[in-house]
Design a protein around this ligand. Structure first.
Ligand code: NAD
Length: 292
């Protein structure tokens, strides 16, 4: 190479190396996310992922003690200025509105909603009481409606679009034995997301869904009734269930809260700017495997 050309190349390589070393701007800087069920396994992992990308997060959950523990955990790694907690029941209209008012006072608004708060409780259909059916419908289906409605009001008033991420379930697409109430409620969340995607599109409000397969580690759902019901349906214990879900997936891998958080991050961020009304199944290939 002529001397000047070699010098130029070296110069630009050094400049490039300098650029690589400079801190990258965080992709959710300036964004504010309200995460329902933020004290639980998937919600807390999602909040953590958003914080790592520079967002401020409001953790909204019915369980005040768990909120405190999650806050302590996050406070060890992020500034206390970027996380807030609010005790809220997603089935309580006034409580949901108050949580949004709290986010407005603390951070001047919010432009990401992760609707994730949930329970899992089910039984064979003949043993499904109206109370059990209504419990699933009210926390899952109605709860997702109430938080989305409040988010839509705020996002429209702010006039800057927004992103809504539903954490639904693989069971909203595929039937699971002895779980009709839960599966039906989850299916309604998925269809609600499609309807809201259509309603919000003109205002730049995107609505998408993450469908987890069974996430046994870190989830409180798998410590209560649901564990007992699944264990009795499949005739095995927690370890056996995890192995079963892993084995019937195409990839033969267990799904973790962090895997759901990564998809929820993609859907909240501008990386998915052209996606709305869509679903990401984070299931290691289980839904499409036909191995049940
Ligand atoms: P989790 O129990 O660890 O977390 C759920 C959180 O929701 C808890 O902190 C709980 O206090 C909160 N919550 C429950 N009822 C509420 C209410 N009425 N108002 C406000 N908060 C409430 O469970 P997770 O595994 O993190 O589940 C999160 C979401 O993922 C749920 O919607 C669940 O249905 C869905 N999901 C979980 C799995 C799984 O296997 N863990 C699989 C598919 C879908």
């Amino acid at each position: 190479l002529p001397e000047q050309e070699a010098f130029d190349i070296e110069y630009w390589l050094l400049e490039e190396a300098k650029l690589q070393r400079m801190p990258k701007p965080k992709s959710l800087a300036g964004r504010v996310a309200l995460v329902t069920g933020g004290a639980g396994g998937i919600g807390a992992a999602t909040a953590d992922r958003y914080l790592s990308e520079g967002a401020c997060v409001v953790l909204a959950d019915i369980d005040q003690t768990a909120l405190g523990a999650t806050l302590d955990n996050l406070a060890g790694r992020y500034s206390k200025d970027v996380v807030r907690t609010v005790t809220m029941d997603v089935t309580d209209e006034a409580g949901v509105a108050a949580a949004y008012a709290f986010a407005a006072v603390e951070y001047g608004g919010s432009d990401i909603l992760v609707s994730n708060a949930g329970i899992a409780s089910s039984a064979p259909v003949e043993e499904t009481t109206l109370e059990l059916w209504n419990k699933n419908m009210s926390i899952l289906s109605t709860g997702y409606f109430l938080v989305s409605r409040e988010a839509f009001k705020l996002f429209r008033a702010q006039g800057m679009g927004g992103s809504v991420v539903f954490v639904a379930s693989k069971n909203g697409l595929a039937a699971s034995p002895n779980a009709s109430a839960y599966c039906t409620a989850k299916a309604s969340e998925i269809h609600l997301a499609r309807c809201l995607a259509l309603e919000g599109a003109e205002a730049g409000i995107r609505v998408n869904v993450v469908n987890p397969d069974a996430v046994l580690r870190g989830s409180k759902i798998w410590e209560g009734d649901w564990l007992e019901q699944r264990a009795s349906t499949y005739g095995t214990d927690k370890e056996g269930l995890e192995e079963m879900y892993r084995n019937r997936s195409m990839l033969k891998r267990s799904v973790l809260p962090e895997d759901i958080a990564e998809a929820a991050y993609f859907l909240a961020s501008d990386k998915s700017a052209k996606s709305t009304g869509n679903i990401i199944n984070v299931d290691a290939g289980n839904v499409q495997a036909f191995t049940r």
